[in-house]
Every structure is written in structure tokens, then in C-alpha cells.
Design a protein around this ligand. Structure first.
Ligand SMILES: C[S@@+](CC[C@H](N)C(=O)[O-])C[C@H]1O[C@@H](n2cnc3c(N)ncnc32)[C@H](O)[C@@H]1O
Length: 261
């Protein structure tokens, strides 16, 4: 049987190199070959920039994989197939690969899809995911937002579902994290205004990276072209809660007592 190198997805956190975990740092220095995502050939990689700011030199044989930002299914499919085929080709050399991931590798990340396609091409490839700090965890910390406490509910959604869906989710969740909010900022601001939630919402751009920006007056964002690396945290303190099933512990204790000794 072919002996492949291992494919490691190393989460690097959203921008501040101090948020790279020790495990990811060790993987970067393990001698594994680096792979990093770019949107276009020859374009800078955000994930790579986090590591560079952390003080690690980029190895001469580090290689970029192109993942275009498009909704064109044909272009996407071709790019994915090319990236996965190249990854398998490199794994066939027997050396481990560490794929650099911005934020957390299991959260809206290219790595999950890449690993899946690689496994389809080479089912015996070992895949390791190194977890990390997500953009919204860092944004919550940067803004002093508590995402959820006690029985509160939290949803993390791409804003692209549209304001009707967001409107509905505001009735179901105490906190919404709106990822990929860029194309919908104006519509979301209008919705927050209608629902009287401007005061409990904030916008965070490039958290942890040079140019980080926190905007608490989200209405001021209207008409602005924000960065793709941005999200909104929306809290709905007025949400009507459903009834909670309380006393589970008590019921368990009663059941245990009813058991014969
Ligand atoms: C493809 S997803 C990557 C998510 C990432 N894997 C994570 O764990 O947060 C890209 C979206 O994540 C959010 N994002 C990623 N990095 C960010 C940052 N440094 N600051 C603010 N938002 C960020 C934005 O909503 C952006 O549109």
C-alpha cells in the first residue's frame, strides 16, 4: 500500500499571531511542507501573513494553492480538483503537509473541503485537524461581548441567507454571529434599526490583524464598502424565551434512588 504523508490542517487564529496554538506552531516547525491558500496566483495569502507576523520564515518550498472567490460552479470545481490533485501528488512523496488555515479549520474553512476531496482521491491519507481560535471568538473578546451565558442560545450564520432569515433567527437566538456580512451590511443595519437592536450590535473587521476595526455605531457603516474579513455580533436582549426543561438533575437523582441497591 502507498505510504502517504499526513495532511495537517493548522488553525492559525484570525490574525493575531499570539493566538496561534502551541500545537499549530509545532506543526509549522515540524519539517512538514507548508501549503497555503490564495485567491489568485501570485496574490498574498492572509493565512501566511499571520505566520510571518509571528516571526517564522516562510520555507523556500512552501506552496500556494489557488481557491478563487467566485460562485461560478465550474471554475470552483476545476480549482478544487486541481488543488486536491496537487495535494495528493505532494503527499505521495511521503512528507507531511501542513495546510495553513485562517481562524479555525473546522469553521467555514477551505480545509474541510480540501481534506474531503483528498480523501476521495486517496482514502488512506491520514488527516489531522488542529483546532484554533475562530474569528468570532476573537471578535467577542475584542468587543467584550459574551456570546452566550447559562441558557442563552447562539447561532453562527453566513449573512448571505438574507435579512428575512436573520429577522427570524433573532426570535430564536439571543446572540447571532453574522459571518461574511460584507455584501449585506446596509440591509442588516436597516433590519437592526427596525428591531431596535442597533445598541446591542457591533461590527468587527480584521480582528487581530493590522487595520483591526471595531464599530459600535453600526448605523455609520451604511454605504461603506467594508472588508471581506468582517462580521457582526448581534444580541437580542428582548428575545422571548421558550420554557426550559428544568430539574433534569433532580429527576436523575430520583431515578438512581429508585434502582435496587
Ligand atoms: C471563509 S470564512 C473563515 C472563517 C474562519 N475559518 C474562522 O474560524 O473564523 C471568512 C469569514 O470569516 C470572518 N472572518 C475571518 N477572519 C476574520 C477577521 N480577522 N476579522 C473579522 N472577521 C473575520 C468574516 O466574516 C469572513 O467573511
Amino acid at each position: 500500500m502507498k505510504k502517504y504523508g499526513k495532511l495537517i490542517g493548522a488553525s492559525l487564529g484570525p490574525g493575531d499571531p499570539d493566538l496561534i496554538t502551541r500545537r499549530a506552531w509545532a506543526a509549522l516547525q515540524s519539517g512538514a511542507r507548508w501549503l497555503y491558500p490564495v485567491k489568485k496566483a501570485e496574490e498574498a495569502s492572509y493565512a501566511l501573513s499571520i505566520v510571518e507576523r509571528g516571526g517564522l520564515a516562510v520555507p523556500a518550498d512552501a506552496e500556494a494553492l489557488v481557491f478563487p472567490m467566485t460562485r461560478d460552479a465550474e471554475i470552483l470545481a476545476k480549482a478544487w480538483a486541481r488543488a486536491a490533485a496537487r495535494t495528493v501528488e505532494l503527499l505521495e512523496e511521503g512528507r507531511d503537509l501542513v495546510f495553513l488555515v485562517e481562524g479555525d479549520a473546522s469553521t467555514f474553512a477551505t480545509f474541510g473541503h480540501l481534506a474531503r476531496v483528498v480523501r476521495e482521491l486517496a482514502p488512506t491519507v491520514e488527516v489531522e485537524t488542529i483546532p484554533g481560535v475562530s474569528s468570532f471568538a476573537a471578535a467577542a473578546a475584542a468587543t467584550g461581548t459574551t456570546l452566550a451565558e447559562e441558557d442563552e442560545t447562539l447561532a453562527v450564520v453566513p449573512a448571505a441567507y438574507g435579512v428575512e432569515v436573520i429577522d427570524h433567527l433573532l426570535d430564536e437566538f439571543d446572540t447571532l454571529v453574522l459571518m461574511k456580512v460584507k455584501p449585506l451590511v446596509d440591509e442588516v443595519v436597516d433590519l437592526l434599526e427596525r428591531r431596535d437592536l442597533l445598541a446591542t450590535s457591533c461590527f468587527v473587521e480584521k480582528v487581530g490583524a493590522p487595520g483591526e476595526r471595531v464599530v459600535r455605531d453600526v448605523a455609520a457603516l451604511k454605504g461603506e464598502a467594508v472588508n471581506y474579513l468582517s462580521l457582526m455580533l448581534v444580541q437580542n436582549p428582548k428575545r422571548a424565551r421558550g420554557e426550559l426543561r428544568r430539574g433534569c438533575r433532580k429527576r436523575k437523582a430520583a431515578a438512581a434512588e429508585a434502582q435496587p441497591a
